[in-house]
Design a protein around this ligand. Sequence first.
Ligand SMILES: NC(=O)c1ccc[n+]([C@@H]2O[C@H](COP(=O)([O-])OP(=O)(O)OC[C@H]3O[C@@H](n4cnc5c(N)ncnc54)[C@H](O)[C@@H]3O)[C@@H](O)[C@H]2O)c1
Length: 353
Amino acid sequence: MIVVTGGAGFIGSEFVRQWIAEESSQLVNIDKLTYSGNLENLAAVGGNSRHHFVQADIGDQAVIEQVLHEHKPRAIIHFAAESHVDRSIHAPADFIQTNIDGTFRLLEAVRAWRAAAPKEFKFVHISTDEVFGSLPLKAAAISESAAYAPGNPYAASKAAADHLVRAYIRTYDLPAVIVHCCNNYGPFQFPEKLIPLMIARGLAGESLPIYGDGLHERDWLHVSDAVRAIRLVLAGGRIGESYNIAAGQACSNLQVVGMLCDLLDELRPQSPFKPHRQLIKHVAERPGHDRRYALNADKIARELGWQPQVSLLDGLRQTLEWYLGNKAWLENVVSGRYRQWIADNYGWRNKRS
Ligand SMILES: NC(=O)c1ccc[n+]([C@@H]2O[C@H](COP(=O)([O-])OP(=O)(O)OC[C@H]3O[C@@H](n4cnc5c(N)ncnc54)[C@H](O)[C@@H]3O)[C@@H](O)[C@H]2O)c1
């Protein structure tokens, strides 16, 4: 039995789907179902008796403790977070609440329950490349020991959570591992993040807004590769260590959006919006916009044998094909009807299934 937090979100739901498809043990999925939590992401495992969903806030220590005592998980994989940088700029409070205080309450719940935990218990904390801040354009990719320099409220809240996890490792012997992940993309990503936002807007013939000059560089990793890496860290990552997960496929925002536009042209040859590149529109720079992230992922390759499998072009093509084949999912999210989907298909709130 393992516990996943945030398993109705983008990366968490990929983890849950992979786990149920490829492993034999049970999984408890704790998710508050904020705007980015969508049970439709879990439709594929909805009827599976090994998947147990609990709608709860990671900050609700009493409920978390109850779940831990009831299920005695051998691991917790902590994905739950407020995850969108733009939102953190406009309204940072939720980020402080969930990412810092929520992680603290979760850690306290684990600490209170620890004596009853299985001997092999492990806590896997999902962090981001953003905690290291912006890198000069030509600088080498950074290792796990780089100094923290978060540049926006989201990154700062994730950095604070990482520090708490580290403090619990040293102070309370928490058997934890931290994972720093670069930008993920793929199916089921909420269309506020760059790639699904551009797909949704491109399909509708709306402008494709790019902050500033668009030369901000990110390393793009397909979510299936990210989750395989996280599963390897769960299985074999050394306690107290951090592991970078990165694809080594750095690309500017402008390049990624350009690639998507070309794929839209190719996969929708009848589109009245061709060529989609004409929809690209530069807009005012985002405050505190980090220029470049680049992680060195040699450690996870060396110690755990992880290598990404999906190239950026193949991954973008697959992702676009997924959004084209799942227009109802996208429409439900964009219109807000996905909340109704939850009510129709589950018909509950605060109930376990
Ligand atoms: N998406 C990326 O590119 C990326 C990159 C690096 C790291 N990460 C990290 O990976 C994790 C998952 O990211 P994502 O993109 O899947 O995010 P997401 O926004 O798609 O999903 C977050 C999930 O957490 C749940 N949640 C939010 N607050 C909660 C709370 N207080 N209690 C319980 N559940 C709560 C939401 O309902 C949602 O299901 C996050 O910790 C994020 O910081 C993401």
